[in-house]
Design a binder for this molecule. Structure first.
Ligand code: NAG
Ligand code: NAG
Ligand code: NAG
Ligand code: NAG
Ligand code: NAG
Ligand code: NAG
Ligand code: NAG
Ligand code: NAG
Ligand code: NAG
Ligand code: NAG
Length: 308
């Protein structure tokens, strides 16, 4: 931890002495205390605690107080009870409690994110210095998960899943789960600058073979928002072709063979139309023909009923 020069540069020697003491003390406190962390959402009012409470017997007049950010920027400074500096960006948004020196910021902005130091001096002697880290977050919208079918067959449906969320800070992580098994999204982020709200979009191509539940989570600074969507396999083909049982195959073969036999017989023995044949022969053949016809009809009917 570093500290700001405490006194005006005119008093060179005293500044050096003061500075030496200052840095020592800052290092001491930096090691002794773990840094305080404060989380706040954009638009809220936040309280950054200092390290000293002025006794009721004294007053702010006897003190010099610096609230600075990222070591280099003075947010607010008091000397002899008067405000001597205030950063333009914090005008109208900051207030310091005159007894416990707590800094209030309202409304909090994304740019306020960072490390703050409170340094208290009394008669040019450092009383204390402390760091507080302010983490600014902005809520993301509840993720919007949509699915689009890109290809389908009887076995699977290929889907393009999109998950999007907007208006949050800082840059989020996007994670997912498919029926409780984690999946990677192909994520992309957009933001006007490093200190502007982010929009995030995750894409995923999936082959869905049965109905599945997909979850998309947007995680930022310890917070998370998630949405689930049930993906339905769309194109279920009607009655998948199961191989027919053995006896049906046999029946089919018998039918085909009988049919071919009948056809051969018919071609060989039945008279063709328009040919002159003897009457007696014709009669006998006709009887035979009818016989075959009846036999075939019965046989076919039976085979069909076995097939059904
Ligand atoms: C804080 O200061 C350091 C240099 O001291 C600088 O590199 C960094 O960008 C600053 N961070 C912010 C958030 O201003
Ligand atoms: C600060 O607040 C005062 C009164 O509350 C208002 O008149 C002034 O316009 C504000 N200044 C800025 C920079 O917002
Ligand atoms: C400082 O005083 C304010 C009241 O002005 C109080 O709300 C706050 O909790 C106090 N902070 C600490 C650290 O005691
Ligand atoms: C906010 O400030 C903290 C402390 O300086 C820093 O670690 C963090 O990276 C900052 N966050 C962003 C988004 O810049
Ligand atoms: C989700 O995204 C789809 C496609 O981009 C859009 O049509 C729909 O309005 C969005 N829904 C919400 C609640 O934002
Ligand atoms: C999901 O997985 C987690 C650990 O990965 C497990 O604790 C939890 O019970 C699982 N939930 C379901 C519904 O399977
Ligand atoms: C992620 O998306 C980008 C752009 O849309 C693409 O170029 C890249 O190949 C994708 N990566 C994966 C792993 O799908
Ligand atoms: C983020 O999304 C919101 C709402 O969809 C849109 O109005 C805004 O312009 C987007 N921001 C960026 C940086 O693209
Ligand atoms: C989905 O299946 C099709 C066809 O089997 C294949 O070409 C494609 O690469 C698969 N996609 C994924 C994401 O596994
Ligand atoms: C999908 O999974 C999530 C988390 O694993 C669960 O909270 C949600 O109820 C599930 N949704 C459906 C429709 O099964």
């Amino acid at each position: 931890m570093m500290c700001l020069p405490a006194s005006p540069p005119a008093l060179a020697l005293r500044t050096w002495l003061g500075l030496g003491l200052f840095v020592l003390l800052c290092l001491g406190t930096g090691q002794a205390l773990e840094k305080k962390v404060v989380k706040s959402k954009v638009g809220e009012k936040v309280r950054l605690p200092c390290c000293h409470e002025i006794p009721r017997s004294e007053g702010l007049r006897e003190y010099r107080v610096y609230w600075q950010k990222n070591i280099t920027d003075v947010v607010l400074a008091y000397s002899e009870g008067e405000m001597i500096r205030r950063h333009e960006r914090y005008r109208n948004r900051t207030e310091m409690d005159p007894w416990n020196l707590t800094l209030w910021i309202s409304p909090v902005e994304i740019l306020d994110n960072g490390s703050y130091q409170c340094v208290v001096q009394r008669n040019s002697v450092v009383v204390c210095g402390e760091s507080v880290i302010l983490f600014v977050t902005a809520d993301f919208s509840k993720p919007n998960v949509t699915a689009e079918v890109s290809a389908e067959s009887c076995e699977l449906t290929e889907m393009v899943i999109t998950c999007s969320s907007h208006g949050g800070f800082p840059r989020p992580r996007i994670s997912g789960a498919l029926n409780n098994v984690s999946v990677e999204w192909n994520a992309s982020w957009v933001s006007k600058s490093r200190f502007s709200p982010y929009n995030v979009t995750g894409k995923l191509v999936l082959n869905v073979t049965k109905d599945v539940n997909i979850t998309c989570s947007v995680e930022y600074s310890g917070f998370a928002k998630s949405t689930s969507l049930l993906l339905k396999k769309t194109n279920d083909c009607v009655v998948p072709p199961v191989p027919p049982p053995y006896n049906v195959i046999t029946a089919s073969i018998i039918i085909v063979i009988t049919f071919i036999l009948a056809l051969t017989l018919a071609v060989r023995y039945l008279p063709r139309h328009g040919e002159n044949e003897l009457e007696s022969e014709d009669l006998a053949l006709n009887k035979y023909r009818l016989e075959i016809k009846r036999f075939l009809t019965i046989k076919l009917a039976r085979s069909w009923s076995t097939l059904r």
